[in-house]
Design a protein around this ligand. Sequence first.
Ligand code: PHE
Ligand code: NA
Length: 453
Amino acid sequence: MSSANQVVAKTWATRWTFILAATGSAVGLGNIWKFPYMTGANGGGAFVLTYLICIALVGIPIMVAETTLGRHGRHSPIVSMLRLAKENKASRAWGLIGVVGVLTGFLILSFYSVIAGWSLSYTIDAATGVFPSLQGEAAGEHFGALIGDWKKLTIFHTGIMVVTGYIIAKGIHDGLEKSVRFLMPALFILLLALLAYSAFTTGYFLEGLKFLFTVDFDKITSEAILAGMGHAFFTLSLGMGAIMAYGAYMPEDANIGSTVVTVAILDTLVALVAGMALFPIVFANGMEPSAGPGLMFISLPAAFGQIAGGEIFGFLFFLLVAMAALSSTISLVEPAVSWMIERFDVSRPVATFIFCFAVWLLGMATVFSFNIWSDVMIFGNNILDALDKLTANILLPGGGMAIALFAGWVMKREVIRQELSHMSDTQFNGWLWLVRIVSPAAVFAIFLNSILG
Ligand code: PHE
Ligand code: NA
């Protein structure tokens, strides 16, 4: 376990490093690609409302729990959970949180990488001046041509996995911190610029706001609620060990509560700004909000094509989205690779290669799902939707619920209190109540509701 002990010794200098790493993990395709199309497909405000409630009552408390378990365990998620179970004389079965988390990261990354590849492809489109010609029908056709071309998709998917593997194999932290420090603000500024464009030139800004923030109560279906909850977990990178793995590097005296709240607010802000910027463009171009995973890729080129300097703007935008996706892909790999290093004593590059190659292979199923395997259905979903629903709606909330129960009921109360020493008694008791009862009950109720409903 020598490499494991090195991990313990290398705690990051300040809580800022955790904020940067966790924000890098959280902010990604989930905010810019997935949040808008999920909102569009699940009734607008109805989805946004459940998502926001879940962030506050389920996501943030569980994120505190996950970070705390990571910091107290100080190892990869699987080993941390086994140690914590032992320390608390609980069953080794709690180690399944880590094991299922590794599997979940594997499944998510397989399609996440393909979508990040779309962004890369659009970077090149922007640079080669394709956008001005993508008005009206042409934008949809262009997107259709991309996803219909499995060779092209394979090239970009491979590119994303190679870069991810390279960063992981080298041992990530310095580079990650620097890039996130620069990347996130840059991405946010571009989103604000896009928001300004939507507000001042599309003429559909109010329609966009109305779609996002007025709740049509007929649209709060069990399906929309499940999707909203699942997205809260997905967007905060919660329930699969990514946050636990980063928590392991957090200094002993850092304030977990305020740190986690900061990350959650940043993530939510990026999603809301992305939504407010995108929907006016969607409406102005006569698109259906429920167009699905292609939503941003079909609507944005039209906007970039109309803006002066749209080539550069569009190029930077899609590049930054791809880079934001990379800081998320890294966190999807880290729990698995750090575990393989601890458990099998393999080198970091070897562990990385094995895991990333397996992910790449599964990713080909998503690549083919848009073309030669487009008829393949799993419980009525195409391969992308099936993987997405299995992970976001079942595995992440399930993992998060187990994390909440472990932190709330299994961990010794004095130990948890010590870890969260920055909280007042009222804050601590409120948090404890949330992770013991409210958040697990909410997840359970939403599961049940969607099975019965
Ligand atoms: N939170 C990331 C996003 O919103 C996706 C992710 C999910 C990353 C789970 C890590 C773990 O894009
Ligand atoms: Na996110």
